[in-house]
Design a protein. Sequence first.
Length: 595
Amino acid sequence: MIEQLLTDKVKEAVNSLYHLDADPSQIQLQNTRKEFEGDITLVVFPFTKVSRKSPEATATEIGEYLKLNLSEAEDFNVIKGFLNITIKKEYWLNFLTENYNSDNFGYGEKSNEKPVVVEFSSPNTNKPLHLGHIRNNLLGFSLSRILAASGKNVVKVNLVNDRGIHICKSMLAWRKWGNGETPESSGMKGDHLVGKYYVVFDKYYKEEIGNLVVEGLTPEDASKKAPLIIEAQQLLQKWEAHDEETINLWGKMNGWVYEGFAITYKTLGIEFDKTYYESQTYLLGKELVEKGVKQGVYNRRDDGSVWIDLSAEGMDEKLLLRSDGTSVYMTQDMGTATQRYEEYNPEQLIYVVGNEQEYHFNVLKVVLKHLGCEWADSIYHLSYGMVELPEGKMKSREGTVVDADDLMQEMFDTSEAMARELGKIESFDDLEARNLYRTIGLGALKYFILKVDPKKNMLFNPDESVDFNGNTGPFIQYSYARIKSVLRKADESGLEVTMSKAQDADMFPQEKELLKKIHDFPVVLAQASDMHSPAVIANYAFELASEYNRFYHDLSILKEDNISSQSLRLSLSHFTANIISNALWLLGIEVPERM
RNA sequence: GGCCUCAUAGUUCAACGGAUAGAACGGAAGUUUCCUAAACUUUAGAUACAGGUUCGAUUCCUGUUGAGGCUACCA
């Protein structure tokens, strides 16, 4: 890669000119802005101190050195403190020749080192998946692919939260008011059916609270003394005591939910290497807490509860074990993290979890380190922002959630309507048309969510739904389909891609821009895996597609009678299509061969 | 109260401390003998406020204002 060559040569240059052993961070290379002549720009301000010359003079000296000593350097010009270097055409053409047929251009070497474990999704089993889960799933899945492409050995895991008071609420409501309703009898998807009874529970629970408040209780007391919540808690105790009837009901209703989730995951295109169930892991961690008490790093109070004092770290006291000896969230997470560490010996443990749990993960790390687990440093919380609706935050109890299944169906319907309106599918058979709606609809949804920096809250307006024009997935998919169409036509016309001919071609500035953009892909990929950000890949894919469309929109590639130019354009098109498809694959987005 | 995050065109999003802050949608005006108009071209429009560090600040630091989150013997 030219960046590496330049970095080395610049280092050599400042050493020879100014006797400076330059730090890599001082050598700042960037793509030259389009309005200036040149390909790559060196920012020379960091060297003006040692050169004791003006930025212009310094840039000129370094430029002269590079032109003399770097064979790829064609020429240079200086504007203020910016040294714009032009790279020889041969370099770009050689780069094209060597890589245009490479299927995994830019991907890192596959390493056999310790794995990276990525946990994402982690749903509760009392209700269907919603828009917030979609952001989680897409981020986790795309991140896993990006890390894998950069050479890591990735393990995707899901921890299903299948036990607890929430599922007991659904169970109780179903038993009281369900009349034996099943997914088969109701025609409902299993997760939606269970979610329905969660809402039913909440309705009657709220009524009871209301009545108690009328009788004179405070809302807080009322919410604790309502008969329904007490009954639900008793159900949880029965579950923990392995009561057969309770376990059976729990197993049955969870089974419905899993069937529903499986469909949602499949539609969304998400899969895991391993799924853990909280019912099997929730007892883990208690031993760790006891161990901590023995070591004197945690404190047991008179009532039997266990705490850790984190005031030295600038945090509060935190409960690790209840007075009745049962686990809390933190206890379990200590256990599952330890289990996962022992199982995989990972280089990194990544948790894709919303930013409302940032404090929890900070505490988790510190609590483990107090126990002497140095590996706690390998825990990384990929914290993402909330998905907000125009009317504010989603609240499942207030029914302002956007259901994942409904949303995807809407996307499919919208893309179908658009395709029909545009007359896109006249030559398609039914199956191909249906696949296209799915591909486009999902592409729109995924791209819309992934293009936003994970850490930021994002706004989702269901009424406007997701666009199909502009900076969108379908635009990129369209660009891909169009390139494929060009290549098909070329093939039918008997045109051949001959790189030896292309080497003789003149390269238009726009063609070089496109090639430079492709050339950047490995750098972008590395950056994305460093920053854990699919958004970097998404925005890159859009820029690449735009670049292609802008240049070729009114140019007849096939009618060009100069064989060299034709070869250059076809191979450039082929290469662009490859990179677009690779970039979208990293986002979990499919490309259509035609649309 | 304490702690954390965010604040950029009318709207949704960009910008390793670098050049004249980019796109897209929406607004206004155009472009179909061609590979495919889900496209392309032109145009108006923004760094919340006040200081500081720097050759250079949307970016780093301090303060103010505004939005969200956390601060449960819930998970």
